[in-house]
Design a protein around this ligand. Structure first.
Ligand SMILES: Cc1cc2nc3c(=O)[nH]c(=O)nc-3n(C[C@H](O)[C@H](O)[C@H](O)COP(=O)(O)OP(=O)(O)OC[C@H]3O[C@@H](n4cnc5c(N)ncnc54)[C@H](O)[C@@H]3O)c2cc1C
Length: 378
């Protein structure tokens, strides 16, 4: 069934997670009449389930500038849309010699490459964070570029800002099940658009399943937790990570000293490797602490969470951080799409239709920058 009296769009976006929002943001900035279609009553995928860490320093050289461009847009949108965005920076903590060696090597090889980083001794670390466990601390890598947002609040307010101030139309409870340009729609309704961006996150089945299957993309499940609101406005300050994170983030992948650390973790913490656990700490606009995570890969992920994984995360957290109130108020898991060895999947499905997906664990950090690059090429 086709709408007779509807708006004709320059751009239609399927999916209202951060990738779809970033495409809509750049399209509307270029004066293009844009619509976003979301199959659920609100965005409820990876975009509202993450740490809210805009983390340029976790990116390798190739994508660092993209992350920094995203960072600028996050700050701009925070001011315009009225959501919390704290320029907290980040601390990466070392308690073992091999962890400190990786941080030193990273600093030596990247301090002149645009990263705003420094090496801190334990006393300086304590000056920056009340949460860090001082016993046995060898030091930390400080990065000044990281921003902490609250993904649930920010997503809601970016939707509202794009809708009310940028002229983007949002259609909720509206899956896009077919694309046959100039028509896009579902069994109930369809709309006209010149160009479509497919930003469906971990849904590889509804639109162009054959392209997703050929790409080799898979899914990654991450278990997460959140504490109650910390008392008396207690602020985390810099977002935190411990040594396990060094083997997960691509920015450290070039460090030769990483092998020694990986070998020790394999011998001493095999369960952490089995479940892909490393531990990150951020805060929300309400003062809760967000904790995670694990990494389980595959197309057939269990819908059920393991209490044991959460306990491993909390045990490792205890090595490097604590907060006034450690009571866990929420647990959940999120799923993101991941294309091994690639930072994104951007491909033309047919004339006028582009799939934008596969940003893995860095979609919050990279989407606004990537979307700008895509729109510039059109
Ligand atoms: C637990 C966790 C922690 C993370 N932490 C961070 C972090 O701190 N920093 C960072 O940079 N990245 C982080 N990430 C990664 C980041 O969250 C993802 O890369 C990003 O959110 C992916 O956004 P998306 O828009 O592709 O997908 P999603 O957020 O999943 O959005 C896709 C949307 O499309 C809708 N949809 C799907 N198909 C259709 C259709 N056919 N029609 C209409 N709507 C459709 C879905 O309902 C959904 O709302 C994390 C991810 C997870 C899971």
């Amino acid at each position: 069934m086709k709408n007779k009296d509807q708006q004709v769009y320059d751009v239609a976006v399927a999916g209202s997670g951060i990738v779809g929002l970033a495409m809509a943001y750049h399209a509307s900035k270029r004066g293009l009449k844009t619509a976003v279609f979301e199959r659920n009553p609100a965005a409820s995928g990876a975009t509202v389930r993450n740490f809210g860490m805009i983390w340029p320093f976790g990116q390798p050289l190739e994508t660092f500038d993209r992350a920094m461009r995203s960072r600028e847009i996050w700050l701009e949108l925070s001011a315009k849309a009225g959501f919390w965005a704290a320029e907290t920076g980040a601390l990466c903590l070392a308690y073992e010699d091999d962890e400190w060696s990786v941080l030193e090597e990273f600093y030596e090889t990247r301090c002149d490459a645009g990263y705003r980083i420094d090496l801190l001794d334990p006393v300086s670390v304590s000056g920056r964070s009340k949460a860090v466990q001082p016993n046995g601390l060898k030091g930390a890598l400080w990065s000044a570029t990281e921003v902490n947002i609250d993904p649930r609040e920010a997503t809601r307010k970016i939707h509202r800002y794009l809708r009310e101030s940028a002229g983007v139309d949002f259609y909720y409870n509206t899956p896009i099940n077919f694309i046959d340009l100039p028509w896009v729609g579902n069994a109930q309704n369809s709309w006209q658009a010149d160009r479509v961006f497919v930003c469906g996150g971990a849904d590889f089945e509804t639109l162009y399943p054959e392209i997703f299957a050929e790409s080799g993309i898979t899914r990654c499940k991450l278990q997460m937790m959140r504490t109650v609101t910390q008392p008396e406005g207690w602020a985390l300050g810099p977002t935190l990570c411990g040594g396990l994170t060094l083997q997960h983030y691509q920015s450290f992948a070039h460090c030769e000293s990483l092998d020694r650390l990986k070998n020790r973790y394999a011998a001493e913490l095999p369960e952490y490797n089995d479940w892909g656990i490393h531990v990150l700490v951020s805060q929300t606009s309400l003062g809760e602490i967000t904790l995670g995570d694990s990494h389980e890969y595959g197309l057939d992920l269990s819908p059920f969470d393991r209490a044991h994984i959460n306990q491993l995360i909390l045990d490792y957290l205890g090595r490097f951080a604590s907060f006034p109130n450690m009571e866990i108020a929420e647990t959940w898991h999120g799923v993101y799409p991941k294309l091994k060895g690639k930072t994104e999947l951007v491909t033309d499905a047919e004339d006028g239709v582009t799939i934008v997906n596969g940003l893995g664990g860095a979609g919050m950090t990279l989407s606004f920058g990537l979307a700008g690059e895509i729109m510039d090429k059109i």
